[in-house]
Ligand binder design. Structure first.
Ligand SMILES: [Zn+2]
Length: 295
């Protein structure tokens, strides 16, 4: 499989898609600033999508903080939960009907199967996997259940996995990181598209939303490069258009560790409270990322 990035006759539509599971930190600021600048440069539309899919981890206070902090930084969007728009709602928690329809299409197409392996074996997450704690490889033990899929009227109660084409190379051209190649069944395996606790998985929701919101370019951190390979398989299975991809360099702390939400000292909120200005934050971004430009 060789995903050719969309030649873009469509009007440019980018998106900011944070999860309200903590405060945004400087790494998010850099990625979202780049997304903002690229949308402006293309006279495009920027969409803000609240990825509050995980009911346990998502908090309304963090959703409010995301919007406030990005506004403070100077980022503006044309569509989002705060401003509305033609593809509302812009909160994933309100978009379940679309995800269920997507699950049905995958089930009917023979692309997914119910996995009844114990919870203990399978620690999966509905949020974006982080570098170093990527979704673990799955043995494929429940692949034989693919024939049972059509007996399910609802995804509830089991994990649903996408049957990946073993040994197929998934390749794509990333506009920042260059040519990428991943081997299905090697670099990643049958990934979860719906969790047994009845929460759609990140991969399914993002693919469904990006297509429904007509996103033409996806800008996010390089920790999600491998997820792009998974999402390209979903896009193909669902017959959706392939967007362009731009994965930003990861921002690291002084010790070289990737920034995570636990780096509270580097949250935009903390930087602001300590008297840093938006310009200070953007200078920090530019010092980390050669592709981050400050106006
Ligand atoms: Zn299983």
């Amino acid at each position: 499989m060789d995903a050719v990035s969309a030649t873009q006759p469509l009007p440019y539509r980018g998106r900011l898609a944070p999860s309200p599971t903590g405060l945004l930190h400087i790494g998010h600021a850099c990625t979202f600033w780049i997304a903002y600048q690229r949308a402006i440069a293309r006279n495009g539309t920027l969409v803000f999508r609240n990825e509050d899919l995980d009911p346990q981890r998502s908090k309304a206070e963090f959703a409010r903080a995301m919007i406030e902090d990005l506004h403070w930084l100077g980022i503006r969007w044309q569509e989002g939960p705060d401003v509305g728009g033609p593809f509302a709602p812009y909160e994933q928690s309100a978009r379940r009907a679309l995800y269920l329809e997507t699950w049905r299409r995958l089930r009917d197409g023979g692309f997914i199967y119910p996995c009844t392996c114990s919870r203990k074996d399978l620690a999966t997450s509905a949020t974006a996997p982080n570098e170093g704690d990527d979704e673990p490889l799955y043995s494929g033990r429940c692949r034989t259940r693919i024939g049972e899929a059509k007996r399910y009227d609802s995804p509830r109660g089991v994990n649903w996995r996408f049957l990946v084409p073993d040994n197929e190379t998934i390749a794509f051209d990333d506009q920042r990181q260059g040519r990428q190649r991943y081997i299905a069944g090697g670099d990643f395996s049958d990934f979860v598209v719906w969790r047994r606790d009845d929460v759609p998985a990140y991969q399914l929701a993002v693919v469904a939303d990006d297509a429904a919101m007509q996103i033409t370019e996806i800008i996010r951190g390089a920790d999600l490069l491998k997820s792009t390979a998974r999402q390209l398989l979903l896009i193909r299975a669902l017959g959706l258009p392939v967007p362009a991809y731009y994965h930003c360099d990861l921002v690291r702390d002084e010790a070289g560790a990737r920034l995570a939400k636990r780096h509270d000292a580097l949250s935009l909120r903390a930087l602001r409270e300590h008297g840093h200005t938006p310009q200070d934050v953007l200078k920090m971004c530019a010092s980390q990322q050669s592709n981050c430009t400050i106006r």
